[in-house]
Structure formats: C-alpha cells, structure tokens
Write a protein that binds this ligand. Structure first.
Ligand SMILES: Nc1ncnc2c1ncn2[C@@H]1O[C@H](COP(=O)(O)OP(=O)(O)O)[C@@H](O)[C@H]1O
Ligand SMILES: [Mg+2]
Length: 373
C-alpha cells in the first residue's frame, strides 16, 4: 500500500568550513498525497536538489522529520528507502547494454533471472522502448530522449514507493522537452507511483504537476494547483514567478473590511482593490505593490478614460493569440519594464513611441512592498 509523504519542519544547513553556513532548507513542511505527481519549482539554488537528495537519503537533514505514512524515514539508510531517482545527467552506465542498465536495481536486490527479464520487458514497454530493447545497444547509441526513458525505466523497474525526478528534461531540446512532459504524466498515471518532479521552469511545472510547491531560498512560498498559483498568488514573488506580474508602487489611501483604495505614489492613478485580492496586511499609509497580469493592462496612444501612466514601447512581439508590448514606464511609479498583452495589434502604436498604460478591469491585486521579486 502506498502512503503519503510528509515533510515536517525539515531544515538542512550545509556547514562550509565554519563561516557562512548555507541554510538550504528552512522549516519545509508539506504533504504529498499517495499517487500524486508533485512538482517542486524554484530558481536555481533554492534547495530543490537538496530536498530530493534528503528524501533519497543521500543527504542527512539537520532537523525535522520526513514521514512515509507514519514511519520517519529520515534515519533509514538510503538503500532501505525503496526510492527511485532520475538525475538531470541521466547517469546511465555506458559499458552496459540498456537491458543491464535497467536490470541493475533488480540485480542488486538479488531478483531471480526470470523475474528480471519479465520486469525489464514490462517497464521498457511502459516507457515505449520495446523495439530498442530487442536490439539492446549501449545507451550511448540512443538519442537524448531515449536515454531519458532508459533512466526512467531503471528507476521504475523495482516498483519504488517514491519516484524522484531532478530536472529530468533539462538536457533535452525544447520540442522534445514539451513532448516528454506529457510522457512523464502518462507514465506516472499508469504506475500511480508517488512522484516528485523538480524543475526551475514554471511552464514545465504547471504542465506536468497535479500540484506545485514554489520554493525560494529554502522556504516554501506557496503550494497549490497550477490554476491556484496563477490566479491566487499569495505574494509578489510567486506572482512574478508563476507567469508575469507587473507592479505599480502604491500607497494605501483607505482600507476597510471590504476593500482598499491604493494610489500610485504622486499620481492620479488610484484603484479600489477587493478584499479577495489583498495579500498581506496593510494599514492606511502603508506602501504596497499593485499587481496586474499582462492581460489585465491596456496600451493606448490616446489618453484613456481610466487613469493611466506614461511609458515608451520598447518591443512589440506577435505571439500568435496575442501581441506583447514591452513598455518602459516613466519615473519610479512602477517596476521598470511592463509586459502588456493585447488581443491584437494596436495599429497606431510603433516601437519607440510614447503610450499610456491603464488597467483594463478592476482585477488588480495588492502585495506587500517589502517582498518585491
Ligand atoms: N554539498 C554542499 N555543500 C555546501 N553547499 C551546498 C551543497 N549542496 C548544495 N549547497 C547549497 O545549497 C543551496 C541549495 O542548493 P540546491 O539544492 O542544489 O539548489 P537547486 O537544486 O534548487 O538549484 C545552494 O545555495 C547551494 O550552493
Ligand atoms: Mg538542482
């Protein structure tokens, strides 16, 4: 029976010769449900690999617990944890054929030969390499995508309780990467093995995961489905990491239980923000960031009816379903470069021209100013 995997106040401190120890994981606490495909997302150096290696037992955590069901696995040696791991570099054995690469974990476990054959065949079918298995070459004779499948098969063959994938697609080209995202979802759903998929690519995490955790500097910033993270980011870091968020620098002019009135400093640009979109605690006079997604803003040449701020169009990009305007905002009332997505080309606006930027609808959100991304 498969169980939930729970992290309880997990800390990992790397002691690097006495000075400036690295606090790689800070009170990490969350639960991954049995059978879930869970993504760990965050910029390089935020602690993703450290959490995976700690789960596998390749690092010893400084404090906290890691529970598989009711059992604390943090003191169990790695070879007794029954965890499969796939590394970014694939880490296949070039001197062994692909059968032996995949069979490795079974041989270590002293599995009878007939069962080795049956299990390797089964898992190679699952990852779509049945034809390659018949030829049985060295992994070096395979393409990058096929090598990645061998690495996944090798981790799955002994039916691990947990599968850990550390940036498994990072070494593949862009097109194959997009294809393999769907493959990984298919394979995970077919086996139902609890899986942690690590990536620094937000689009990949949103496409692959049932749920995601966003990690920054060893701290879990938010956990939720792709949709929850995109539509209800809890702070400005998540807001700008999951998709783009443009920020106006504002001040709270009025606040009550229902809404807040935020004014962009020194301008006539003010917006009422509904309580459901206020993230953080504010009082009258506090500084705040007023955030708007690219599709929530409008660029126009003529002064719009709604309050607006001036900027200069730097770049216009046609991106199929929409046209993206990169606008350099004037003064310091806003983060320097805005991205604004319009449904189509605005005919009278050219690169290098001055425009007015306004909010399309009252869907802007408020975030605390101190945590600007
Ligand atoms: N063995 C180690 N010794 C010292 N510092 C380490 C070690 N491994 C990782 N770190 C540091 O811990 C932090 C998290 O690293 P890592 O988990 O590899 O991040 P990510 O996988 O998200 O890029 C970084 O600051 C990194 O430099
Ligand atoms: Mg890493």
């Amino acid at each position: 029976m498969s169980e939930n995997l729970t992290y309880e106040k997990v800390n990992k401190i790397f002691d690097v010769g006495g000075k400036n120890p690295v606090h790689a994981l800070c009170d990490v606490s969350f639960t991954i449900n049995s059978g879930e495909l869970f993504c760990l997302l965050g910029p390089s150096g935020c602690g993703k690999t450290t959490l995976l290696r700690s789960t596998a037992g390749l690092e010893t955590i400084t404090s906290g617990k890691m529970l598989y069901g009711d059992v604390d696995i943090s003191t169990i040696p790695p070879y007794k944890r029954n965890i499969g791991m796939v590394f970014q570099s694939f880490a296949l054995y070039p001197h062994m054929n692909i059968f032996e690469n995949v069979a490795y974990g079974l041989r270590v476990r002293k599995t009878p030969e007939a069962e080795v054959k049956r299990k390797v065949t089964e898992v190679m079918e699952l990852v779509g390499l049945q034809d390659e298995l018949k030829r049985n070459p060295s992994p070096t004779a395979l393409s990058g995508g096929q090598q990645q499948r061998v690495a996944i098969a090798r981790a799955l063959v002994y039916s691990p309780d947990i599968l850990l994938l550390d940036e498994p697609l990072a070494n593949l080209d862009a097109k194959l990467r997009r294809y393999m995202r769907a493959e990984i979802r298919r394979i995970q759903k077919a086996t139902n093995i609890t899986t942690i998929f690590v990536t620094h690519d937000q689009e990949e995490a949103m496409a692959v995961g049932d749920r995601l955790a966003v990690l920054r500097k060893g701290v879990v910033e938010q956990i939720g489905t792709s949709d929850e993270l995109y539509t209800q980011p809890q702070n400005s870091f998540v807001a700008n990491f999951i998709g783009k968020m443009n920020f106006f620098k504002a001040e709270i002019e009025n606040i009550d239980g229902a809404s807040a009135l935020a004014r962009v400093k020194g301008t006539g640009f003010a917006e009422t923000v509904d309580r459901s979109r206020i993230h953080g605690s504010f009082t009258k006079g506090s500084s705040a960031l007023l955030g708007a997604r690219p599709e929530q803003l409008i660029v126009s040449k003529a002064l719009p009816q709604r309050p607006s701020l001036p900027g200069t169009v730097k770049i216009i990009q046609h991106l199929g379903q929409f046209v993206r305007y990169e606008v350099e905002m004037e003064g310091d009332a806003a983060s320097a470069i805005f991205e604004i997505d319009m449904g189509g080309l605005v005919v009278d606006i050219k690169e290098g021209e001055k425009v007015n930027v306004s909010l399309k609808s009252s869907l802007a959100s408020l975030y605390e100013a101190k945590e600007e991304a």
